[in-house]
Design a protein around this ligand. Structure first.
Ligand SMILES: *[C@@H]1O[C@H](CO)[C@@H](O)[C@H](O)[C@H]1NC(C)=O
Ligand SMILES: *[C@@H]1O[C@H](CO)[C@@H](O)[C@H](O)[C@H]1NC(C)=O
Ligand SMILES: *[C@@H]1O[C@H](CO)[C@@H](O)[C@H](O)[C@H]1NC(C)=O
Ligand SMILES: *[C@@H]1O[C@H](CO)[C@@H](O)[C@H](O)[C@H]1NC(C)=O
Ligand SMILES: *[C@@H]1O[C@H](CO)[C@@H](O)[C@H](O)[C@H]1NC(C)=O
Ligand SMILES: *[C@@H]1O[C@H](CO)[C@@H](O)[C@H](O)[C@H]1NC(C)=O
Ligand SMILES: *[C@@H]1O[C@H](CO)[C@@H](O)[C@H](O)[C@H]1NC(C)=O
Ligand SMILES: *[C@@H]1O[C@H](CO)[C@@H](O)[C@H](O)[C@H]1NC(C)=O
Ligand SMILES: *[C@@H]1O[C@H](CO)[C@@H](O)[C@H](O)[C@H]1NC(C)=O
Length: 407
């Protein structure tokens, strides 16, 4: 009876033991699954892509799978990054995209281990500065996007080691200066985006090593001129112009003049945008360098329609198909001809160029000659008459005034 009574209790003990044993056995497995699995704030795909989004994420998610090659983090409240964040998957990461996340600080050495990285995008954060050698281990990086931050200065040497970099985006930041030599270690750079900053000056040799550069975006800055030779190439085996440069955008700057030889030796140049600057004219030599160009945007500049505009006028007439909205390239620097299309001007509309002296019309010259001659003759006659008066003898001590008074 006791035996028959006991088995249920024995059975329930065993069940409890089994459950406990099972639990003890399962627990590490469960842990491992969590560790190997996906952080709760993120979504992980089979293809080793991980995405983490939302402002509930305020620290870098831990336990990102070790084989993650593409990590996309956006619209979070993460404010800083350091090397620990990537410690478990740095060897597999190829593409890192952390955008619109308010990141203010990236510690020195953060990308020390992520040597396979090909794309690094930090668009739309709050970065004001970056440690100097932050990217120096990223020898495979092809694309570096730092646009829409608040970067004010770039330390020299910032982009050293990025031998494979093809695209560098620094647009929409707060840069006022670009240090000389900063792009010298980027032999494969094809596209450089610097638009939407506050750049006033560019060093003369800043692009001089960019043998592969195709597109240069400098619009929406504060450039008032460009140094002569800024598009020259100075590598060991080559000095003429950047051989691949196709696209230069300079619209929405404060350009007041451009050097004659600026675009000399750019065999690939196709597109030049000078829209909305302060240019009164373009030098003859620069126009001559635009032979291979397909699109030259010249609208919204205060073109000064005096005799010096003739080379531009002729160039515009010969190349109207290259100039979008050519009829809107109008005289704005000459009030009398305001809003007249340059191509509509004829020679006698034009004022003489300033600084060339006033060319005197022939009849004015005749009148001047007659006036001067009359003056010379009058002076001569008066002086003759004067001498005659002087010769008439006066008593000693008397002056000519006395002589008149006596009369
Ligand atoms: C990465 O690991 C996860 C689980 O840890 C697996 O599901 C996925 O297939 C792995 N991806 C690759 C490309 O190995
Ligand atoms: C990296 O992995 C170790 C061991 O699994 C773990 O203890 C650590 O928390 C992980 N670090 C991060 C940042 O996920
Ligand atoms: C990285 O930051 C976390 C907290 O944000 C901190 O716990 C950790 O010690 C830091 N690691 C390093 C290497 O600075
Ligand atoms: C990174 O994410 C942004 C969206 O926040 C997207 O527009 C961009 O194309 C992504 N960049 C890369 C290189 O994946
Ligand atoms: C200069 O030399 C390097 C290799 O020495 C070569 O890759 C490059 O194309 C040359 N550049 C020019 C413009 O000839
Ligand atoms: C022209 O450029 C200036 C900056 O140089 C900018 O403020 C202005 O809005 C631009 N005008 C137009 C019509 O785009
Ligand atoms: C030409 O003018 C139109 C209207 O003003 C404008 O929308 C268009 O962008 C201009 N084209 C270029 C290439 O500037
Ligand atoms: C030039 O034309 C534009 C519109 O076509 C007009 O807004 C502007 O007032 C004109 N300027 C002058 C000085 O006539
Ligand atoms: C240029 O001349 C054409 C034809 O004479 C005329 O229709 C056009 O309004 C003129 N344009 C300007 C901007 O002066």
């Amino acid at each position: 009876m006791t035996l028959t009574a006991k088995p249920p209790s024995l059975g329930s003990d065993m069940r409890v033991q089994t459950i406990v044993a099972a639990c003890l056995w399962l627990l590490p497995a469960l842990f491992c699954t969590v560790a190997r699995g996906c952080p709760s704030q993120c979504q992980c795909e089979e293809s080793s892509r991980v995405q983490c989004q939302g402002d509930h994420i305020t620290v870098f998610p831990a336990h990102i799978p070790a084989n993650t090659s593409y990590l996309y983090i956006s619209n979070t409240g993460i404010s800083s990054l350091n090397s620990s964040d990537f410690e478990n998957f740095s060897h597999s990461l190829r593409s890192l995209n952390i955008s619109n996340s308010g990141i203010e600080e990236i510690s020195h050495g953060t990308f020390e281990g992520t040597r396979l990285l090909e794309v690094l995008s930090l668009i739309g954060n709050n970065l004001q500065s970056l440690p100097v050698h932050l990217f120096s281990n990223l020898g495979r990086l092809e694309k570096l996007l730092l646009n829409r931050n608040k970067i004010r200065v770039l330390p020299g040497g910032m982009f050293q080691g990025l031998k494979q970099l093809r695209s560098l985006d620094l647009s929409q930041n707060a840069l006022t200066e670009i240090p000389d030599g900063i792009f010298d270690d980027l032999p494969n750079l094809e596209s450089l985006f610097l638009q939407g900053n506050q750049i006033k000056h560019l060093p003369q040799q800043v692009f001089s090593q960019l043998e592969k550069l195709q597109a240069l975006y400098l619009s929406e800055n504060r450039l008032s001129t460009l140094p002569e030779g800024i598009f020259s190439l100075h590598t060991k085996n080559h000095t003429v112009g950047l051989p691949m440069l196709e696209h230069i955008s300079l619209q929405h700057n404060h350009l007041r003049s451009l050097p004659e030889e600026l675009l000399r030796g750019l065999p690939a140049l196709r597109h030049l945008d000078l829209h909305n600057n302060s240019l009164p004219n373009l030098p003859r030599g620069l126009l001559a360098s635009l032979e291979s160009a397909q699109e030259v945007v010249l609208t919204q500049n205060p073109w000064r329609c005096d005799e010096d505009i003739v080379p531009l006028l002729n160039w515009l007439r010969d190349h109207q198909s290259k100039v979008p909205n050519a009829s809107k390239v109008v005289c704005l620097g000459t009030p009398r001809l305001s809003n007249i299309s340059i191509t509509n001007l004829s020679g006698h509309d034009l004022d003489p160029a300033p600084g060339k002296g006033y060319t005197v019309p022939p009849d004015t010259l005749c009148i001047a000659v007659i006036l001067v001659a009359t003056l010379v003759i009058s002076v001569f006659i008066i002086s003759m008459w004067w001498r005659r008066i002087k010769k008439t003898p006066f008593p000693p001590g008397r002056t000519i005034e006395h002589a008149f008074l006596m009369e």
